[in-house]
Design a protein around this ligand. Structure first.
Ligand code: NDP
Length: 248
Protein backbone atom coordinates (compact mmCIF):
# COMPACT_ATOMS: atom_id res chain seq x y z
CA UNK A 1 0.00 0.00 0.00
CA UNK A 2 1.03 3.64 -0.46
CA UNK A 3 0.48 5.89 2.52
CA UNK A 4 1.32 9.57 2.73
CA UNK A 5 3.23 10.06 5.97
CA UNK A 6 5.15 13.22 4.93
CA UNK A 7 5.77 15.46 7.94
CA UNK A 8 4.89 12.68 10.39
CA UNK A 9 7.30 11.56 13.11
CA UNK A 10 7.27 7.88 14.07
CA UNK A 11 8.96 5.96 16.88
CA UNK A 12 9.54 2.25 16.22
CA UNK A 13 10.83 0.33 19.25
CA UNK A 14 13.12 -2.56 18.37
CA UNK A 15 13.63 -0.91 14.99
CA UNK A 16 17.27 -1.96 14.74
CA UNK A 17 16.56 -5.33 13.11
CA UNK A 18 13.91 -7.83 12.06
CA UNK A 19 10.27 -6.79 11.86
CA UNK A 20 10.90 -3.40 13.51
CA UNK A 21 13.57 -2.50 10.96
CA UNK A 22 11.18 -3.53 8.17
CA UNK A 23 8.41 -1.37 9.65
CA UNK A 24 10.68 1.67 10.01
CA UNK A 25 11.88 1.22 6.42
CA UNK A 26 8.35 1.12 5.01
CA UNK A 27 7.24 4.12 7.11
CA UNK A 28 10.30 6.10 5.92
CA UNK A 29 9.67 5.04 2.29
CA UNK A 30 6.26 6.63 2.73
CA UNK A 31 7.70 9.92 3.97
CA UNK A 32 7.79 9.52 7.78
CA UNK A 33 10.77 10.61 9.86
CA UNK A 34 11.56 7.50 11.89
CA UNK A 35 13.18 7.26 15.27
CA UNK A 36 14.24 3.70 15.96
CA UNK A 37 15.24 2.27 19.31
CA UNK A 38 17.17 -0.79 20.44
CA UNK A 39 19.72 -1.86 23.05
CA UNK A 40 22.74 -2.64 20.86
CA UNK A 41 24.47 0.63 19.94
CA UNK A 42 26.30 -0.68 16.84
CA UNK A 43 23.27 -2.37 15.31
CA UNK A 44 21.19 0.73 16.00
CA UNK A 45 23.72 3.02 14.30
CA UNK A 46 23.83 0.81 11.19
CA UNK A 47 20.04 0.62 10.94
CA UNK A 48 19.68 4.40 11.47
CA UNK A 49 22.25 5.00 8.73
CA UNK A 50 20.25 2.86 6.30
CA UNK A 51 17.07 4.82 7.12
CA UNK A 52 18.84 8.15 6.60
CA UNK A 53 19.27 7.30 2.91
CA UNK A 54 15.44 7.39 2.70
CA UNK A 55 14.80 10.26 5.11
CA UNK A 56 17.85 12.19 6.39
CA UNK A 57 16.26 13.21 9.71
CA UNK A 58 15.85 9.58 10.90
CA UNK A 59 17.77 8.74 14.07
CA UNK A 60 18.47 5.90 16.49
CA UNK A 61 18.08 6.17 20.29
CA UNK A 62 19.44 3.54 22.65
CA UNK A 63 16.63 2.39 24.92
CA UNK A 64 15.58 -0.42 27.25
CA UNK A 65 11.79 -0.43 26.91
CA UNK A 66 11.32 -1.95 30.37
CA UNK A 67 12.88 1.10 32.08
CA UNK A 68 10.21 3.79 32.40
CA UNK A 69 12.61 6.61 33.20
CA UNK A 70 14.74 5.91 30.11
CA UNK A 71 11.60 5.69 27.98
CA UNK A 72 10.35 9.05 29.30
CA UNK A 73 13.73 10.66 28.59
CA UNK A 74 13.77 9.37 25.01
CA UNK A 75 10.15 10.42 24.37
CA UNK A 76 10.99 13.94 25.62
CA UNK A 77 14.19 14.07 23.54
CA UNK A 78 12.26 13.07 20.41
CA UNK A 79 9.52 15.63 21.06
CA UNK A 80 12.12 18.35 21.78
CA UNK A 81 14.03 17.49 18.59
CA UNK A 82 11.08 17.18 16.17
CA UNK A 83 8.23 19.05 17.87
CA UNK A 84 5.77 16.17 17.48
CA UNK A 85 5.31 12.39 17.77
CA UNK A 86 2.56 11.13 15.47
CA UNK A 87 3.13 7.38 15.32
CA UNK A 88 4.31 4.85 17.91
CA UNK A 89 4.97 1.25 16.94
CA UNK A 90 5.51 -0.90 20.03
CA UNK A 91 7.50 -3.68 18.40
CA UNK A 92 10.40 -4.55 20.77
CA UNK A 93 9.95 -8.07 22.06
CA UNK A 94 11.80 -11.18 23.17
CA UNK A 95 11.18 -14.88 23.74
CA UNK A 96 12.58 -17.09 26.47
CA UNK A 97 10.97 -20.46 25.85
CA UNK A 98 10.63 -23.29 28.36
CA UNK A 99 7.95 -25.75 29.40
CA UNK A 100 5.97 -24.44 32.37
CA UNK A 101 7.43 -26.65 35.10
CA UNK A 102 10.99 -25.86 34.00
CA UNK A 103 10.42 -22.16 33.40
CA UNK A 104 12.43 -19.99 35.77
CA UNK A 105 10.86 -17.01 37.48
CA UNK A 106 13.44 -14.83 35.74
CA UNK A 107 12.30 -16.07 32.30
CA UNK A 108 8.70 -15.12 33.11
CA UNK A 109 9.75 -11.71 34.46
CA UNK A 110 12.05 -10.77 31.58
CA UNK A 111 9.49 -11.60 28.90
CA UNK A 112 6.65 -9.82 30.70
CA UNK A 113 8.83 -6.78 31.42
CA UNK A 114 10.06 -6.35 27.87
CA UNK A 115 6.94 -7.37 25.95
CA UNK A 116 4.13 -6.07 28.15
CA UNK A 117 5.54 -3.52 30.58
CA UNK A 118 7.58 -2.11 27.67
CA UNK A 119 4.36 -1.43 25.75
CA UNK A 120 2.83 0.25 28.83
CA UNK A 121 5.95 2.39 29.38
CA UNK A 122 6.27 3.56 25.77
CA UNK A 123 2.55 4.20 25.28
CA UNK A 124 2.28 6.16 28.53
CA UNK A 125 5.37 8.25 27.74
CA UNK A 126 4.40 9.01 24.12
CA UNK A 127 0.62 9.44 24.52
CA UNK A 128 1.23 12.62 26.55
CA UNK A 129 2.83 14.25 23.46
CA UNK A 130 0.15 12.90 21.11
CA UNK A 131 -2.51 14.43 23.38
CA UNK A 132 -0.92 17.87 22.97
CA UNK A 133 -1.61 17.63 19.20
CA UNK A 134 -4.82 15.61 19.55
CA UNK A 135 -3.43 13.20 16.96
CA UNK A 136 -1.78 9.81 17.18
CA UNK A 137 -1.49 6.34 15.73
CA UNK A 138 -0.33 3.62 18.10
CA UNK A 139 0.31 0.14 16.71
CA UNK A 140 1.26 -2.67 19.10
CA UNK A 141 2.91 -5.83 17.82
CA UNK A 142 1.24 -8.86 19.42
CA UNK A 143 1.32 -12.40 17.98
CA UNK A 144 -1.11 -15.11 16.89
CA UNK A 145 0.34 -17.06 19.84
CA UNK A 146 -1.85 -14.79 22.02
CA UNK A 147 -4.90 -16.57 20.54
CA UNK A 148 -3.50 -20.03 19.84
CA UNK A 149 -1.07 -20.64 22.70
CA UNK A 150 2.10 -22.66 22.11
CA UNK A 151 3.85 -25.24 24.31
CA UNK A 152 6.94 -23.71 25.89
CA UNK A 153 5.68 -20.15 25.48
CA UNK A 154 3.40 -19.55 28.48
CA UNK A 155 5.33 -16.36 29.27
CA UNK A 156 5.34 -15.12 25.66
CA UNK A 157 1.66 -15.99 25.03
CA UNK A 158 0.60 -14.25 28.25
CA UNK A 159 2.60 -11.13 27.35
CA UNK A 160 1.17 -11.00 23.81
CA UNK A 161 -2.42 -11.61 25.05
CA UNK A 162 -1.84 -8.85 27.61
CA UNK A 163 -0.95 -6.49 24.76
CA UNK A 164 -4.35 -7.14 23.19
CA UNK A 165 -6.27 -6.28 26.38
CA UNK A 166 -4.07 -3.21 26.81
CA UNK A 167 -4.73 -2.14 23.21
CA UNK A 168 -8.49 -2.35 23.65
CA UNK A 169 -8.55 -0.48 26.98
CA UNK A 170 -6.30 2.33 25.79
CA UNK A 171 -8.17 2.57 22.47
CA UNK A 172 -11.30 3.38 24.46
CA UNK A 173 -9.46 5.92 26.64
CA UNK A 174 -7.96 7.83 23.74
CA UNK A 175 -10.71 7.48 21.12
CA UNK A 176 -12.06 11.02 21.56
CA UNK A 177 -8.60 12.57 21.46
CA UNK A 178 -7.77 11.79 17.83
CA UNK A 179 -5.58 8.85 18.79
CA UNK A 180 -6.15 5.32 17.48
CA UNK A 181 -4.67 2.25 19.17
CA UNK A 182 -4.52 -1.03 17.27
CA UNK A 183 -2.55 -4.26 17.29
CA UNK A 184 -1.01 -6.43 14.60
CA UNK A 185 -0.71 -10.14 15.34
CA UNK A 186 1.90 -11.73 13.08
CA UNK A 187 2.16 -15.45 12.51
CA UNK A 188 5.63 -16.92 11.84
CA UNK A 189 7.82 -14.30 10.19
CA UNK A 190 11.34 -14.82 8.83
CA UNK A 191 13.64 -13.02 11.34
CA UNK A 192 16.42 -13.82 13.84
CA UNK A 193 13.66 -14.94 16.24
CA UNK A 194 12.43 -17.72 13.92
CA UNK A 195 15.89 -18.42 12.41
CA UNK A 196 16.75 -20.06 15.74
CA UNK A 197 14.09 -22.79 15.19
CA UNK A 198 15.14 -26.34 14.28
CA UNK A 199 14.34 -27.49 10.74
CA UNK A 200 11.84 -30.10 12.01
CA UNK A 201 9.93 -27.48 13.99
CA UNK A 202 9.98 -25.16 10.97
CA UNK A 203 8.60 -27.91 8.66
CA UNK A 204 5.86 -28.65 11.21
CA UNK A 205 4.82 -25.01 11.24
CA UNK A 206 4.88 -24.68 7.45
CA UNK A 207 2.42 -27.57 7.28
CA UNK A 208 -0.02 -25.58 9.44
CA UNK A 209 0.08 -22.38 7.39
CA UNK A 210 -2.65 -22.40 4.70
CA UNK A 211 -0.56 -20.14 2.43
CA UNK A 212 2.38 -22.57 2.80
CA UNK A 213 5.11 -20.05 3.59
CA UNK A 214 6.53 -18.05 6.48
CA UNK A 215 5.69 -14.35 6.41
CA UNK A 216 8.17 -11.61 5.52
CA UNK A 217 8.89 -8.45 7.48
CA UNK A 218 7.35 -6.58 4.53
CA UNK A 219 4.04 -8.43 5.07
CA UNK A 220 3.89 -7.11 8.65
CA UNK A 221 5.19 -3.66 7.74
CA UNK A 222 2.44 -3.10 5.15
CA UNK A 223 -0.24 -3.87 7.76
CA UNK A 224 1.39 -1.43 10.19
CA UNK A 225 1.62 1.22 7.46
CA UNK A 226 -2.12 0.92 6.86
CA UNK A 227 -2.99 1.26 10.57
CA UNK A 228 -0.56 4.20 10.91
CA UNK A 229 -2.03 6.04 7.92
CA UNK A 230 -5.04 8.34 7.71
CA UNK A 231 -6.79 5.64 5.65
CA UNK A 232 -7.35 3.81 8.97
CA UNK A 233 -8.64 6.81 10.95
CA UNK A 234 -11.95 5.10 11.90
CA UNK A 235 -10.27 1.87 13.04
CA UNK A 236 -9.36 1.60 16.72
CA UNK A 237 -9.09 -1.23 19.24
CA UNK A 238 -8.68 -3.71 16.36
CA UNK A 239 -6.32 -6.67 16.05
CA UNK A 240 -5.13 -7.41 12.52
CA UNK A 241 -3.74 -10.92 11.98
CA UNK A 242 -0.92 -11.23 9.47
CA UNK A 243 -0.36 -14.95 9.46
CA UNK A 244 -0.97 -16.45 6.01
CA UNK A 245 -4.08 -18.05 7.52
CA UNK A 246 -2.25 -19.79 10.39
CA UNK A 247 -4.85 -18.28 12.70
CA UNK A 248 -8.31 -18.05 11.14
P1 NDP B 1 14.11 -9.70 16.69
O1 NDP B 1 14.63 -10.53 17.80
O2 NDP B 1 14.62 -9.91 15.31
O3 NDP B 1 14.27 -8.14 17.06
C1 NDP B 1 13.83 -7.66 18.31
C2 NDP B 1 14.06 -6.16 18.39
O4 NDP B 1 13.67 -5.70 19.68
C3 NDP B 1 15.50 -5.79 18.20
O5 NDP B 1 15.58 -4.54 17.55
C4 NDP B 1 16.00 -5.66 19.63
O6 NDP B 1 17.12 -4.81 19.62
C5 NDP B 1 14.78 -5.05 20.33
N1 NDP B 1 14.70 -5.32 21.76
C6 NDP B 1 14.66 -6.52 22.38
N2 NDP B 1 14.58 -6.37 23.70
C7 NDP B 1 14.56 -5.02 23.94
C8 NDP B 1 14.48 -4.23 25.12
N3 NDP B 1 14.40 -4.77 26.33
N4 NDP B 1 14.48 -2.89 24.98
C9 NDP B 1 14.54 -2.33 23.77
N5 NDP B 1 14.62 -3.01 22.62
C10 NDP B 1 14.63 -4.35 22.71
O7 NDP B 1 12.53 -9.88 16.74
P2 NDP B 1 11.45 -9.89 15.57
O8 NDP B 1 11.74 -8.84 14.60
O9 NDP B 1 11.29 -11.29 15.12
O10 NDP B 1 10.13 -9.53 16.40
C11 NDP B 1 9.67 -8.20 16.54
C12 NDP B 1 8.34 -8.22 17.26
O11 NDP B 1 7.41 -9.03 16.55
C13 NDP B 1 8.43 -8.83 18.68
O12 NDP B 1 7.55 -8.14 19.54
C14 NDP B 1 7.94 -10.25 18.45
O13 NDP B 1 7.42 -10.80 19.61
C15 NDP B 1 6.87 -10.03 17.39
N6 NDP B 1 6.56 -11.22 16.61
C16 NDP B 1 7.52 -11.86 15.88
C17 NDP B 1 7.20 -12.98 15.14
C18 NDP B 1 8.21 -13.70 14.31
O14 NDP B 1 7.84 -14.74 13.73
N7 NDP B 1 9.42 -13.23 14.17
C19 NDP B 1 5.84 -13.52 15.13
C20 NDP B 1 4.90 -12.76 15.94
C21 NDP B 1 5.27 -11.66 16.64
P3 NDP B 1 18.41 -5.09 20.56
O15 NDP B 1 18.60 -6.57 20.66
O16 NDP B 1 19.52 -4.34 20.01
O17 NDP B 1 17.93 -4.49 21.83
Amino acid sequence: MKGDLKGKVAIVTGGSRGIGQGIATVLAQNGATCVITGRDEKRLALAAQALQSLEPACRGFRLHVEKLQEVEEVAKAVFDAYGRIDILVNNAGITSDQLLLRMKEDQWDRVMETNLKGVFNCTKAVARYMLKKRYGRIVNISSVIAFMGNPGQANYAASKAGIIGFTKAVARELARKGITVNAVAPGYIQTDMTEAMEQRARDGILALIPQGRLGTVEDVAQAVLFLASDAASYITGHVLNVSGGLYI
